[in-house]
Design a protein around this ligand. Structure first.
Ligand SMILES: Nc1ncnc2c1ncn2[C@@H]1O[C@H](COP(=O)(O)OP(=O)(O)OP(=O)(O)O)[C@@H](O)[C@H]1O
Length: 356
């Protein structure tokens, strides 16, 4: 039996899902490449789990189709699809040993006994539990149980691995550790993987591409760098990381009026007129000594967060409040303190614009 897994390509085409009158998914289109790890990320109720369950065949789509490795799987029952799944709650069989849990999928397809034993050993070693084969799930920690669940899902060498919030029941330290291990294992095996999460840090750290969902639609599909640096909508900009939003008005297709100033934009506006929602990340706002260029602003609050200082300032004149992240050394050099005055500049190449 092979240790490496040949990941298969998954295509989701025009998938929609209704529960009665409620539309949970609308016209979902997605292609997951062999060996890729894709995260479904979005707020509670946006449809992540429903989409994962449709891919697994545990839920039936109301419209659209699905293809795995070129085969139309749209109407296949779960057992006829080629995937392994890990749920948030470990869902191990409590009356079976660790070894029997991992062997379960192989026994059900009638694999020879010796081959099963070898595969179970191999997988328990891979997930770092070579000595736990004879234990029962209740004798293991949450992190260990989730490793067993992962080994069980991978045992039949599926073309697709589905992970439904696999880390959210674990404490922060175990979660971070297991996050890195799952990613390493996934890359080593080359198994095509889809993970559902509402934790943006987890998605950005693990995924090749992130699918950002909201209200049953895909807002953006992109690499972690793309969804962070070039958010396609105000929702994505706000949902991933921190963002300042400012109401402004277009002067023409390359500039906007903010308070008494005209700011130039990095990209042309789709419409060169009307209201525009301008946005900038806290780490992209520049603070300088009061003699510098830009707006005069007063410091309202300062929070020391270890790697950086999160500051809130109010611009003189327009009264606009901005959150600014400054590295601790610059904060010291600027003499940042509550009530202090600084100059604020908003670099053009860091501005994002969205329809108001
Ligand atoms: N069987 C069902 N019957 C009716 N409505 C459902 C059913 N399953 C899901 N929904 C609704 O569909 C929407 C999407 O649910 P889903 O579980 O996919 O969201 P989610 O993004 O995974 O959220 P969470 O992060 O909270 O799990 C929700 O509004 C939910 O209430």
């Amino acid at each position: 039996m092979k240790q490496s897994i040949q990941g298969s390509r998954l295509v989701v085409k025009n998938v929609g899902k209704h529960f009665g009158d409620f539309c949970a998914l609308r016209d979902i289109n997605l292609e997951v490449e062999p060996g890729e790890l894709v995260c479904f990320l979005g707020p509670s109720g946006c449809g992540k789990t429903t989409l994962l369950r449709i891919i697994a065949g545990l839920e039936t789509q109301s419209s659209g189709s699905l293809y795995q490795g070129g085969d139309d799987i749209s109407l296949k029952p779960p057992h006829a699809r080629d995937f392994g799944i890990v749920f948030q709650s470990y869902a191990l069989f409590p009356n079976m040993t660790v070894a029997d849990n991992v062997a379960y999928g192989l026994r059900s397809v009638g694999a020879p006994k010796q081959q099963i034993q070898h595969r179970v050993c191999e997988l328990l070693t891979t997930v770092g539990l070579p000595d736990q084969a004879k234990k029962y799930p209740t004798q293991l920690s949450g992190g260990q149980q989730q490793r067993v669940a992962l080994a069980r899902a991978l045992a039949p060498s599926p073309g697709l691995l589905l992970l439904d919030e696999p880390l959210s029941a674990l404490d922060a330290k175990v979660r971070n550790h297991l996050r890195a291990e799952i990613r390493h294992l996934q890359q080593q095996l080359g198994v095509t993987t889809i993970m559902v999460t509402h934790d943006q840090e987890e998605a950005l750290a693990m995924a090749d591409r992130v699918v950002v969902m909201n209200n049953g639609v895909i807002e953006q599909v992109g690499t972690p760098v793309e969804v962070y640096q070039q958010p396609a909508s105000a929702f994505v900009a706000e949902f991933i990381g921190a963002m300042n939003f400012m109401d402004s008005a277009a002067v023409n297709d390359r500039s906007v009026q903010l308070g008494s100033r005209v700011l130039h934009l990095p990209k042309p506006l789709p419409r060169g007129k009307g209201a525009v929602r301008l946005a900038i990340r806290p780490e992209d706002v520049h603070l300088q000594p009061i003699t510098g260029d830009g707006w005069e602003a007063q410091v309202n609050t300062l929070d020391y967060l270890g790697a950086f200082v999160r500051t809130q300032v109010t611009l003189r004149g327009c009264g606009l409040r901005l959150v600014v992240d400054v590295d601790p050394r610059s904060a010291r050099e600027l003499g940042l303190a509550q009530g202090a005055w600084v100059n604020v500049t908003l670099p053009s190449d860091s501005l994002h614009c969205f329809a108001a």
